[in-house]
Design a protein around this ligand. Structure first.
Ligand SMILES: Nc1nc2c(c(=O)[nH]1)N[C@H]1C(S)=C(S)[C@@H](COP(=O)(O)OP(=O)(O)OC[C@H]3O[C@@H](n4cnc5c(=O)[nH]c(N)nc54)[C@H](O)[C@@H]3O)O[C@H]1N2
Ligand SMILES: Nc1nc2c(c(=O)[nH]1)N[C@H]1C(S)=C(S)[C@@H](COP(=O)(O)OP(=O)(O)OC[C@H]3O[C@@H](n4cnc5c(=O)[nH]c(N)nc54)[C@H](O)[C@@H]3O)O[C@H]1N2
Ligand code: SF4
Ligand SMILES: [Mo]
Length: 688
């Protein structure tokens, strides 16, 4: 591997994109070798800290298994190295042939978590819309779209990260910050040193729950009942922001009427959270309003009724008067860069985005097609043929539900191209594999909405012969005849110049600001001066838009189906995907020192459930759902660590794929999200 570094030796600041947090880091270079990554001191997001995964960027960069040349699958299933030119010539010829035979919408692109959701999403969308197809897919079909829609439907905007350090009460639901967003921990500590209270709602104990003022363990999928119980309490006791409701919202009467039945006792019956605890949380909310931060994590959206739960908590946050406050529902102003994929290009004439009929809100609001429905199309069960797919930085053969179907669907394509740096489960199914570049090889713009801050990353190094993602899309587009019009830029620096032009900021200026550049002073409570970006211009406690679609006008609570239709064959409920500190979904299993920490898969189980089944710590067991089964090691937890009746399995293992057990067609009706965190299962002893 021949590497060219930006300077022969020195220290170069940039951002870490080993996760969505994007901490500022220094990359150390010595004689053209990347030798270390250390935290950059001056950036407010990580304040001179980083997590162990940051340093692992170099393990990946120099990994011996890294794919450095395009690979083409041979008839016998093996892969052969070919040149970049040959790969792109052949892929583009096959794409053109599919378009000719089946129409442009027979082809799609799929952007994975490895490429985040900003500029790289823009390239992928620009490519596929330029090709003439609306079929843009992404990991976001099971990631932040559920939260995005939940916030958006009520407030018209989405800003997930409140200024926790200024909060008086932090309420966390279904999230594990020390693992998933380490910099939050510093903010919590700051807030707590000033006396802030902390409430944690999760069926599983995590390090934050250990020092929370209240830690409550709901039955999975029942948080919506808690939200309604709190809404009811606030309304009943007249402790809500009346002025906000009267002047800036619609639908209050409807939610007030619906909330009636959510007495603390009813909430307890639905969620398992004691009535007295519900009242205690309500008391904390009343005492600390409006300085409250309510943060729902992935633990809320991976459910059948997840968007409604998140909507209900958003309504609650608004009733507490948090709209427009730094700690609450704050609406940032975008910088106003150019759009790589303008909305009017997204649905080319006469095309039908996959899933837009089934999940219209997902498509309307996010312009995102539905990955799970795509599998049906690939298998010939859709409204039209779907034959070709380019996957960039995703591993759906591990991370999408119903693995058997995913593998069958991907294997049935006429053309599957995978852009990745390793031979993943998904890459093995490809006709062509194009080597990916790491974030150290790209220049991208990154935004921190809460602070209205923008950073540019540095192309720290270049691997000889390897093409970054921008070049991949451009070179394919050039061969397909729309590259000159849509990808006229030589490299990502030229793209960034074009993106920034209307803002008055320049690439050079941003390069001088490794601490990030605050592009506009933050302005709070904008709703006092201008309408909210919802259809009505007000907070929509009831959504006429959803009602028109035949969906829930107000965020009603529905008990999860494992509780309403309990099946004795599957007496336990499985949550999946509680993150591990050193893994990132299916990534980093091939880093030996990380693998030492997490050597194999485990099913976490409550000691009483284990005892009932005669299972001891470390024993191999079989976990069975109505769709599949998995053999793995039992990890018997302490009684406080996990709710009784709940088991948890990590979702990213290449060799223990829990998504074999999970249906792809049990979906939230608004977001289309799969039910990943309340799956009925049973556990069997292997010797039985
Ligand atoms: N180290 C590491 N960090 C990551 C990732 C990673 O893979 N590894 N992934 C990143 C990505 S893409 C995402 S989306 C985020 C997700 O990060 P978070 O939003 O913090 O979510 P998770 O870690 O999935 O934590 C989910 C929690 O929800 C709980 N839970 C499950 N069901 C329920 C429920 O019904 N109600 C409640 N209240 N809780 C429930 C689980 O027990 C678990 O503790 O993490 C990001 N950060
Ligand atoms: N059962 C269950 N399933 C889940 C979840 C769950 O909680 N439970 N969580 C869901 C969530 S929130 C998410 S976000 C998805 C994530 O699902 P995916 O999007 O499939 O994410 P990864 O498994 O991390 O796969 C990313 C791939 O991109 C590659 N990659 C990394 N960086 C780059 C890069 O810079 N360039 C290129 N070209 N490739 C790169 C990596 O090698 C890896 O193979 O999984 C979802 N699936
Ligand atoms: S939290 Fe860790 S992996 Fe994420 S950006 Fe920061 S250093 Fe990188
Ligand atoms: Mo995610």
């Amino acid at each position: 591997m021949e590497v060219k570094t930006i300077v022969p030796s020195g220290v170069v600041p940039t951002l870490c994109r080993m996760c969505e947090t994007r901490c500022a880091i220094n990359v150390h270079i010595k004689n053209h070798v990347l030798t270390a990554i250390t935290p950059f001191e001056g950036h407010p997001v990580n304040q001179g800290r980083m997590c162990p995964r940051g340093g692992a960027a170099l393990d990946l960069f120099y990994h011996l298994d890294r794919i450095l040349k395009p690979l083409k699958r041979q008839d016998n299933g093996s892969f052969k190295e070919i040149s970049y030119e040959q790969a792109l010539d052949e892929i583009s010829a096959r794409l053109a042939a599919l378009k000719q035979q089946f129409g442009a919408q027979s082809v799609g692109v799929w952007k994975g978590e490895g490429l985040g959701f900003h500029q790289q999403e823009g390239y992928a969308r620009r490519f596929i819309h330029g090709f003439g197809s609306p079929n843009y897919f992404s990991n976001d079909s099971a990631c932040f779209n559920g939260r995005y829609l939940g916030f958006h439907l009520v407030c018209g905007f989405y800003n997930p990260f409140p200024e926790f350090n200024q909060s008086q009460l932090i309420m966390l639901l279904g999230t594990n910050p020390p693992i998933c967003h380490p910099p939050f921990m510093r903010e919590f500590a700051d807030a707590r040193s000033k006396g802030a209270k902390l409430v944690m709602i999760d069926p599983r104990l995590n390090p934050v729950a250990c020092y929370a003022d209240i830690f409550a363990q709901p039955y999975p999928g029942t948080d919506g009942a808690l939200a309604w119980g709190l809404i009811r309490y606030l309304i009943k006791t007249n402790n809500y922001d009346r002025d906000l409701v009267d002047r800036y919202s619609i639908g209050f009467d409807k939610i007030a009427a619906y909330a009636e039945k959510f007495t603390p006792e009813y909430v307890e019956q639905q969620s398992g959270i004691y009535a007295s605890v519900v009242e205690e949380i309500a008391g904390l909310i009343i005492k600390n309003s409006p300085g409250i931060s309510i943060y729902p994590g992935a633990g809320l959206e991976h459910h059948e009724n997840g968007v409604n739960s998140i909507r209900a908590f958003t309504v609650l946050a608004c009733l507490c008067g948090t709209l427009g406050l730094p700690t609450g529902m704050f609406r940032p102003v975008p910088l106003g860069i150019r759009e790589l994929a303008p909305a009017d290009s997204m649905t080319p004439d006469g095309t039908h985005p996959i899933g837009a009929d089934k999940f219209p809100a997902l498509y309307d609001i996010r312009r995102e097609c539905h990955t799970m429905t795509a599998m049906d199309y690939m298998l010939g069960r859709g409204a039209y043929p779907f034959k070709g797919l380019i996957i960039a930085a995703a591993n759906p053969a591990v991370t999408n539900p119903n693995t058997r179907k995913v593998e069958e669907a991907l294997a049935s394509l006429d053309l599957l191209v995978v852009n990745d740096f390793f031979m993943t489960r998904t890459a093995r199914l490809a006709h062509y594999i194009l080597p990916g570049s790491t974030f150290l090889e790209r220049e991208e713009l990154h935004f921190y909405p809460t602070q209205q801050r923008v950073n540019i990353t540095t192309k720290v190094a270049r691997v000889e012969g390897l093409h970054d993602e921008y070049l991949m899309w451009r070179d394919l587009a050039l061969r397909l005849g729309f590259g000159e019009a849509l990808f006229p830029w030589q490299d990502d620096t030229e793209v960034n110049r074009w993106l920034l032009e209307p803002t008055g900021l320049t690439v050079d200026k941003l390069r001088r600001h490794p601490e990030g550049y605050v592009y506009k002073p933050v302005e709070y409570q904008k709703h006092l001066r201008s309408a909210l970006p919802t259809p009505s211009g007000k907070l929509e406690f009831a959504s006429p838009y959803l009602q028109e679609l035949g969906l829930d006008e107000i965020p009603v609570y529905r008990a999860p189906s494992y509780r309403t239709r309990a099946d004795d064959n599957y007496p336990l409920v499985m949550t999946t995907g509680a993150r591990k500190s050193l893994f990132y979904h299916s990534r980093h299993q091939n880093i030996a020192r990380f693998r030492d920490v997490h050597p194999d898969a485990e099913v976490e189980i409550h000691p009483a459930d284990a005892a009932d089944l005669g299972i001891v710590e470390g024993e191999q067991v079989r976990v069975v759902s109505d769709l599949g089964e998995l053999v793995l090691r039992a990890a018997v937890k302490h009684a406080a660590e996990l709710s009784r009746g709940v088991v948890e399995i990590y979702h990213g293992w290449e060799d223990w794929r829990v998504n074999f057990l999970i249906h792809d067609d049990v979906n939230d009706p608004i977001s289309g999200f799969p039910l990943l965190k309340a799956v009925p299962v049973r556990i069997e002893k292997i010797d039985a």
